[in-house]
Ligand binder design. Structure first.
Ligand code: THU
Length: 135
């Protein structure tokens, strides 16, 4: 699947965002090696702590359906559902990605289908703690 299509799915997923506290809607579209795409949105909570980001929603949906290998993820977000800047995954989401993805996993952060930046997980989370540390 090309980047533009994946980005469009991420932007589309923003409409399901439950973000009454921040007003910042995020959508993500995760491409698994199986070829299936899993979308996610951020889901906020009155207690704040239980809030989950769009990226983790997408990952947890995919993993809970048996996926373990991933190619890339597209992310888009903005205040009041309008994308005006690039939204990069937070540190917690990067750590979740590192559980399942190698350094070359691609993270696409987009303002539109034509305006986007690609970084690898290795770029965004170098020297990470991982399962190898527990061996
Ligand atoms: N958020 C995401 O969904 N993904 C990110 O990578 C950064 C932040 C959400 C969490 C919260 O609902 C809102 O954006 C403001 O932080």
């Amino acid at each position: 699947m090309d980047n533009k299509k994946l980005i469009c799915k991420a932007i589309e997923a923003m409409k399901y965002s439950y973000s009454p506290y921040s007003g910042f809607a995020v959508g993500a579209a995760l491409l698994a090696k199986s070829g299936k795409v899993y979308t996610g949105c951020n889901i906020e909570n009155a207690a704040f702590g239980p809030t989950v980001c769009a990226e983790r929603t997408a990952f947890f949906k995919a993993v809970s359906e048996g996926e373990r290998e991933f190619e890339k993820i597209a992310v888009a977000g903005g205040k009041n559902g309008k994308v005006t800047d690039y939204a990069f995954p937070c540190g917690v989401c990067r750590q979740v990605m590192a559980e399942f993805c190698k350094k070359d996993f691609e993270i696409i952060t987009a303002k539109s289908g034509k305006d986007y930046i690609i970084r690898t997980l290795g770029d965004l989370l170098p020297e990470n703690f991982g399962k190898n540390n527990l061996e």
